[in-house]
Design a protein around this ligand. Structure first.
Ligand SMILES: [Zn+2]
Ligand SMILES: [Zn+2]
Ligand SMILES: [Zn+2]
Length: 154
């Protein structure tokens, strides 16, 4: 179990950032995507963009980048999994689609400042809240090892 020093949320080990508020958990955080001279303190909980305090947009203590759609994603969707591999996350999205579930994938490695930052699970997949239970059931059937569901340990 890990817990977030910023928001006190508990979640399964293996996340690079707090899945709840976006705080960067490792001491070795990448630079802010917009300010290469400033270390990131957190990231957008949706796309994973590294943010310094000047760049973060917070809503109820949750960190977002400035893209309004990402706040929308968070309102309408739940984090299904974090994955060490974008390919695997894409594979999950494709296979969820075959089960009638629309997932969306984001990866923190899209951003130049994290591209070479060692991250355990840079890719994340979100599904509509109403689909979360079905998507978790499907994941068990997919039987993939390098993903985890952050809520499971709670
Ligand atoms: Zn947190
Ligand atoms: Zn974002
Ligand atoms: Zn910044």
């Amino acid at each position: 179990m890990s817990s977030c020093p910023a928001c006190n949320a508990s979640f399964a080990d293996g996340s690079d950032t707090c899945p709840v508020c976006g705080w960067w958990l490792d001491d070795a955080s990448p630079a802010c995507d917009a300010h290469p001279e400033t270390p990131a303190t957190g990231c957008c909980v949706v796309c994973g963009r590294p943010l310094c305090e000047r760049c973060e947009v917070t809503e109820d203590g949750v960190r977002f980048c400035e893209v309004p759609d990402h706040r929308e994603v968070r309102r309408e969707r739940e984090l299904l999994l974090e994955s060490e591999s974008e390919f695997e996350a894409d594979w999950v999205v494709e296979n969820l689609a075959q089960n009638g579930i629309m997932g969306v994938m984001f990866s923190a490695h899209e951003f130049p400042s994290t591209r070479w930052t060692p991250m355990r699970r840079p890719a994340r997949v979100f599904v509509q809240k109403a689909d979360l239970a079905a998507a978790r059931e499907a994941l068990v059937r997919f039987d993939i090892e390098s993903t985890k569901v952050p809520g499971d340990a709670a």
